[in-house]
Design a protein around this ligand. Sequence first.
Ligand SMILES: Nc1ncnc2c1ncn2[C@@H]1O[C@H](COP(=O)(O)OP(=O)(O)OP(=O)(O)O)[C@@H](O)[C@H]1O
Length: 309
Amino acid sequence: METNPAIRVERLRRRYGDHEAVAGISFEVAAGELFALLGTNGAGKTTTLETLEGHRPVHDGTVRVLGRDPYAERRAVRPQIGIMLQDGGFFGDLTVAETVAHWRGFTPRPRDLGEALALVALEERADVRVRQLSGGQKRRLDLALALLGRPRVLFLDEPTTGMDPEARHATWRIVRDVVEDGTTVLLTTHYLEEAEHLADRLAIMHRGRIERSGTVAEVVAGHGDRIGFRMPERLRVADLPALGGAAADVAVEGGRTAVTYTVAGTGLQAGLYELLRWADERRVRLDGLHARSASLEDVFLRTAEGAAR
Ligand SMILES: Nc1ncnc2c1ncn2[C@@H]1O[C@H](COP(=O)(O)OP(=O)(O)OP(=O)(O)O)[C@@H](O)[C@H]1O
């Protein structure tokens, strides 16, 4: 088993002129792990990815891919990594099979054509011209090319942008298979659901910094689990309890008064228990009662808002 991280980023900084696009970020990705970089527009995800792919030198800090500097040792690193770009820039007149054959020519020890197409479920489209593929099929062809050289580390920059939900789910299955085969994957995405489905760990970037990182459970823990119900008619706001120290938030929605608690400290279960005991003792019925854990989306939005203040 490998103990060295497949990817190591330490205090990475990258500037464009006076603008610091990446402002000293650090993270590691273990071998065989899928790590997702999330962030607002312009957060610095693509810049980080391009630095790890060896396209740009660091301005400060250290990056290592499979133990090497991907820029200075590009010739050693490049054959071991796969890169799926946001736009692969194909020749529209070539067929899918011709495109793969063309790329096989540049790839050391490439997969067979059939294997490459089967990986991304494009066998049936082998003789179709690239320009006749749907957007989702083009993205899958991009993925096939990134996987052609059996990379140990795969970089996916927004791999499912423009796909319908079915194509997106199909692509997630492919990516999961790749990870199960032992490939390390670094992914950027704007789809939080994608990170929730795929990522072992993730980082949320905002304005060049990592604001939060960890597993999905770690990132959302303690960040706004919610409990809500409709205000019972015979009660007033002053009658409502505090749950785990959190006061009720009361809002009128469509003629009804909605009560919401955002419980951070004690967690959902303890908050719910406190509420139900309170309601039981007072013989209060809580219509529309619901409780849900914080979602990655809640945390993402709060991170962006909080950091912007
Ligand atoms: N070649 C460049 N020259 C000047 N500024 C750049 C260049 N590339 C990126 N930037 C700026 O650096 C910042 C980070 O950009 P980057 O593309 O890394 O962010 P991102 O998180 O990938 O954004 P998005 O989600 O919008 O793709 C942005 O403010 C962007 O405008």
